[in-house]
Design a protein around this ligand. Structure first.
Ligand SMILES: [Fe+2]
Length: 200
């Protein structure tokens, strides 16, 4: 059975802040598709999803994937508020596109990630061929998301470095890397602490 907007909002409460009801439905439909067809086609449970670490590239960190998405969505909304308060209409930000893109930028990780025989989250064979910005756009296109939202998904990571990012994509990209750079630092510290502990 398909997950509804309210189901997906259990993971990502800011989904309910998307004002355009049709856009909200489409964002939920993409997540539903990705959750049910991800993990090598076996699908993810919500509990499995909540246990996925924020990134597989940063050592042992206590930041979860779902928390990271919620952090980015909230950062994006706050940044949009500050820009609006400061610059008004001179810096136009489309809040619904920003929020939808923020919630969908990493949806392709549902296809990129897999589990090994011990249940550990790994990058799967599909993910080796197609990183999540690509699979994310494919999922979004399938469910009729606007180009402005697909642009954020496509360009949010280093794949987008040669593209002129939109205002919304610039905002998301920086929010994303605030979390990512912090995660890398914390992962490095945790590894150093573990190594020091072993040496003592
Ligand atoms: Fe990403």
């Amino acid at each position: 059975m398909a997950f509804t907007v309210n189901d997906i909002a259990q993971l990502f409460p800011d989904l309910l802040q998307i004002r355009d009801a049709g856009l909200r439905e489409r964002v939920a439909a993409v997540w539903d598709d990705a959750i049910r067809n991800g993990c090598g086609g076996r699908g993810w449970t919500f509990d499995e999803l909540r246990a996925i670490p924020f990134t597989l590239l940063a050592g042992p960190i206590r930041m979860a994937f779902v928390e990271h998405l919620n952090s980015c969505a909230r950062q994006c909304l706050r940044i949009a508020d500050v820009l609006q308060e400061t610059f008004g209409d001179r810096v136009p930000v489309h809040r619904d596109h920003l929020l939808a893109g923020s919630l969908l930028a990493d949806v392709g990780k549902m296809l990129e990630f897999d589990k090994d025989a011990n249940g550990k989250i790994i990058k799967g064979a599909f993910g080796d061929l197609l990183r999540h910005p690509f699979s994310g756009v494919a999922l979004c296109y399938k469910h009729g998301l606007p180009a402005e939202v697909m642009h954020i998904v496509a360009t949010h990571s280093h794949e987008g470095d040669k593209v002129d990012r939109s205002i919304e994509s610039i905002i998301f990209h920086h929010a994303d890397f605030i979390d990512f750079d912090i995660a890398k630092l914390l992962g490095k510290r945790a590894l150093a602490a573990a190594a020091a502990g072993k040496g003592a």
